[in-house]
Design a protein around this ligand. Structure first.
Ligand SMILES: [Ca+2]
Length: 574
């Protein structure tokens, strides 16, 4: 079960010149109250690995609660990124806190670290997706999808872990209370000081600067770290953060129950809202909203104006006869609209978030999250990882559990505790006080967050709500330490009719260490010929390498009125 399925070995990227527009000003309003400047952290300086990779193994024997299983030299070019070789590095594999769980299964926090021989002085914690369980190659992604560079290629020492359980268990690890906590937040807590100590041994100094990032559940880990480990990391790169993951999963099951009411084949929820029908809705959204940003280009940049301009009830044709893909039946509209306006309890109370209408709702990645994930993934998360007490593994039937779930009751499970499961799911999965980031802010650390507007599993509106709350908690403006970028058209972490290839790590480092405030981040479409992976959702009418500025919220990329609409240079964040 993965909320962020990797697309093959997405580990080959090239070094893209920093497509970054920076400004020396912080973007505050002229009449904003003058506040003391935040401290700037010093820049990292490079160092070389002490001795050979083989020399390292005996030196690591003293790491507390840690077993090192291998140190392996990885020659240059073994990994590639964007067609470019990744430099020689030392791969260290091991585990922490081996133990037997209350379910009789063996547990440990498995990890690998990749240590460049020529190190840039920085540490990157690669927070992984889904329900973890796998030690994904520690390359350190810089966006959610297939990118042209990664942290390892940039010279970071990178760690990746399984967050405390084996993927072979699936969601069954939720039977063990400690495995729940490791997945939620304690694996990061335990691995971070070990990794820094290991780096000290390997290079003769601890990391000068430390970063954490990931998408989906990896974005959740990153937001949890903002709140819990603000003293440990200097830069936080959170993509599509499922920071309310248990609620999002129940909301997705709410959606499945709605789809089930209009599915023509009960065994296939996608028959409730077919590809042709989703395209019909996307076309209707474009008709009302595409031009609002000044360019009829297939991208709806002005998300807020589109909320007013587009009316699902009246702008989508209502079928007068049988469904044929060009319309929605009245019953479909009744069933589907609440999924977008936001899942509710039986009394009509919203418990998660709305989802914007975006043309990306017709993207090829959407059906998995809308129609399969609720009965295949969310159901195990809710029933086995977050419910107190959990369902019985031996008799658990995921689809039946999801489609029969009482939503009000389920919301009670994720805040419950008992003598065995002493922390609730909402406690161990979500950041405590997510809008109180004073520790992070005041020591000079920085935050960058991105989220696809068409993400169907974790809503960009939930992330917007967090960001506006963060602003409120900081006298109305958090932009001097945290920035939030919406990616129009993009689905969950990548894909969709979007410009979804970008590097947010480079601007984050420049902000933390050089004081260069990030404004727009230029993103590229992965059309035909993309060196890493072609995104089939890029419309045929677009340049294969269309670029757009991703704008810090609440700014919107607007067309300047002249020039090639395929080029970011002809758009401005306003
Ligand atoms: Ca447009």
């Amino acid at each position: 079960m993965k909320w962020n399925p990797l697309r093959g070995p997405a580990l080959a990227f090239a070094s893209l010149p920093a497509l970054l527009i920076v400004s020396a000003c912080g973007g505050n309003d002229d009449d904003a109250p003058v506040t003391p400047a935040l401290p700037r952290l010093s820049a990292a300086t490079p160092a070389a690995l002490s001795g050979t990779c083989a020399d390292l193994a005996p030196k690591l024997a003293t790491l507390a609660n840690t077993t090192i299983t291998a140190t392996t030299d990885v020659p240059a070019g073994t990994l590639t990124v964007g067609g470019q070789p990744v430099a020689e590095h030392c791969q260290v594999t091991g585990s922490m806190y081996q133990r037997v769980g209350i379910d009789g299964n063996n547990y440990a926090i498995g990890f690998e670290m990749r240590l460049p021989l020529n190190w840039n002085g920085r540490f990157f914690y690669q927070a992984n997706g889904g329900i973890d369980g796998n030690v994904i190659t520690a390359t350190g992604g810089v966006n959610g999808g297939p990118g042209l560079t990664n942290a390892l290629a940039q010279g970071f020492a990178v760690i990746s872990s399984d967050a405390g359980h084996s993927g072979t268990l699936g969601p069954n690890f939720g039977i063990d209370p400690q495995a729940r906590l490791d997945y939620g937040y304690q694996a990061v807590q335990k691995l971070t000081p070990m990794a820094k100590s290991l780096i000290q041994t390997a290079y003769g100094k601890a990391p000068d600067r430390s970063y954490i990032g990931g998408c989906s559940n990896g974005g959740r880990h990153t937001m949890v770290a903002m709140a819990r480990y603000a003293d440990q990391y200097d830069g936080y790169l959170a993509g599509a953060p499922g920071y309310n993951l248990p609620k999002a999963a129940i909301a997705n099951i709410f959606g499945a129950q709605r789809y089930a009411t209009v599915a023509t084949n009960p065994a296939d929820l996608s028959t409730a809202f077919t590809p042709a029908e989703r395209t019909t809705v996307a076309t209707a959204v474009l008709a009302k909203c595409d031009a609002l940003d000044g360019s009829t280009d297939g991208l709806v940049q002005d998300v807020e104006a589109c909320r007013t301009a587009f009316n699902f009830k009246t702008d989508v044709p209502t079928c007068t006869g049988a469904r044929d893909g060009t319309c929605l039946s009245a019953a479909q509209k009744t069933a589907i609209e609440p999924i977008f306006t936001g899942a509710t309890t039986s009394t009509g109370a919203s418990f998660y978030a709305s989802f914007p209408y975006d043309p990306g709702l017709a993207g090829s990645g959407i059906p998995f999250w809308e129609f399969i994930a609720p009965v295949a993934l969310d159901t195990g998360g809710v029933g086995l990882i977050w419910k107190v007490p959990p369902e019985a593994v031996a008799t658990f039937n995921g689809p039946a559990f999801a489609l029969g779930m009482n939503i009000d009751t389920a919301l009670g499970w994720i805040t419950a505790t008992d003598a065995t499961y002493t922390e609730s799911a909402m406690s161990f999965m979500t950041p405590p006080s997510p809008t109180n980031l004073a520790t992070l802010k005041n020591r000079g650390a920085k935050v960058m967050v991105y989220h696809g507007v068409a993400d169907p599993i974790f809503s960009v509106d939930d992330t917007k709500a967090w960001y506006t709350g963060l602003a409120s908690a900081n006298s109305g403006d958090a932009s001097n330490f945290a920035r939030f970028y919406r990616v129009p058209g993009m689905g969950h972490c990548s894909g969709g009719p979007a410009t979804d290839q970008f590097d947010m790590l480079t601007p984050l480092v420049a902000w933390v260490e050089q004081g260069q405030v990030p404004e727009a981040v230029v993103a590229t479409a992965r059309g035909a010929g993309n060196v890493v992976a072609v995104n089939a959702d890029v419309p045929a009418g677009w340049s294969a390498s269309r670029t757009r500025p991703l704008c810090p919220y609440p700014q919107v990329a607007r067309y300047n009125g002249s020039g090639d609409i395929e080029a970011a240079a002809n758009f401005s964040c306003k």
